[in-house]
Design a protein around this ligand. Structure first.
Ligand code: AVJ
Length: 320
């Protein structure tokens, strides 16, 4: 079967409105910040794929190793008929699950949801080609806003991989998990990947690679603002910063203004002092007990927690 046309829940108009809103709120705040979802235009999605292949960026490899070992068990335990993937990107690791479900039989539909229509268009076409008989329904949407649009019924397994849940702040995370639980029925399943707390000497290079790909990815958000909103950022005048916050156990990506700057965006004039930092992403790292507690607080029952041999990354299977 070829992939069905994408279901678009983020219209161009709606995207523009939420981008303008986020820019207005974030760039008039002190300290300044922007939400990470605006990294992912076509170029940003490609840069992220490049990040996943960097020697320093361990999460993708660690999570892939876990899924390679456990995908059969996930298929067995859940017996899912519908597989929904949030923040699906290229769905590269999800193929391990699709392979296991193909061997087992019974999976009818794959529903990837992502903000990037370009990434989704490519991945749905390829997956439809590679898994004949699978219904592929891509949804362009925002996983913090469109959980009520997920297809209903039919033994669902929602997967949220890569550690992307770490992009949410703790209160946002609690809201997200509660909304996720509300969107599911008892007996549905959630498979969630979380990057684990570890030596900052391992984490920091994953967000500040020697080849400078993460730096380009980070600056890409300024290019998105320039293109979409006619802003006049000089991306080269900002330096990439990856800061480990030991209390909150998260990485913050920031862009540091190397000189005083005045940037025009929307009807705003945004002033940057020399050395001022704009926060572009939080990527939280988790402890296994914390993951279990957050899932329980949202009404999920954690049935299994798996990690790789170096305990870099965790994958939890929970039942609604
Ligand atoms: C896609 C959100 C999981 O936080 O590790 C990679 C994004 N940022 N390098 C992460 C990212 C910088 C990534 N997630």
């Amino acid at each position: 079967m070829s992939a069905e046309p994408l279901e678009i829940h983020l219209e161009e108009q709606d995207l523009g409105r939420s981008l303008r809103h986020d820019v207005r709120v974030g760039l008039t705040a002190d300290p300044k910040w922007l939400p990470p979802k605006w990294f992912y235009d076509a170029r940003g999605s490609e840069l992220f794929e490049e990040i996943t292949r960097l020697p320093e960026y361990y999460p993708t490899r660690a999570e892939r190793a876990i899924l390679a070992g456990r995908a059969g068990l996930v298929a067995e335990l859940t017996g899912a008929k519908t597989l929904i993937e949030l923040g699906s990107g290229s769905s590269e690791k999800t193929r391990l699950l699709l392979d296991a479900f193909t061997r087992r039989g019974g999976l009818g539909t794959f529903v990837p949801l992502d903000v990037s229509d370009s990434a989704l268009r490519r991945s749905t076409a390829q997956i439809a080609d590679d898994y004949p008989g699978l219904r592929v329904r891509g949804i362009v949407g925002d996983f913090t806003r469109h959980l009520d649009r997920l297809p209903a019924g039919g033994r669902r397994l929602v997967v949220f991989l890569g550690g992307t849940i770490g992009n949410l702040l703790p209160a946002e995370r609690a809201n997200f998990l509660a909304a996720m639980r509300a969107a599911l029925e008892s007996g549905d399943w959630l498979l969630i990947g979380t990057d684990l707390v570890k030596d900052p000497a391992v984490v920091v290079p994953a967000y500040d690679d020697a080849a400078g790909v993460t730096a380009e990815f980070n600056r890409n958000v300024l290019r998105v603002l320039n293109r979409e909103l006619g802003a006049d950022f000089d991306p080269e005048a900002f330096t990439h910063v990856a800061h480990w916050d030991p209390e909150r156990e998260w990485i913050e990506m920031r862009l540091r203004a190397e000189r005083p700057m005045r940037v025009r965006v929307l009807d705003l004039t945004v002033e940057f002092a020399a050395g001022e930092e704009l926060r572009t992403e939080v990527s939280a790292k988790f402890r296994p007990a914390g993951v279990a507690a957050e899932l329980a607080a949202a009404g999920f029952v954690a049935e299994a927690f798996w990690t790789d041999p170096d305990a870099l990354f965790g994958v939890t299977l929970a039942r609604a």
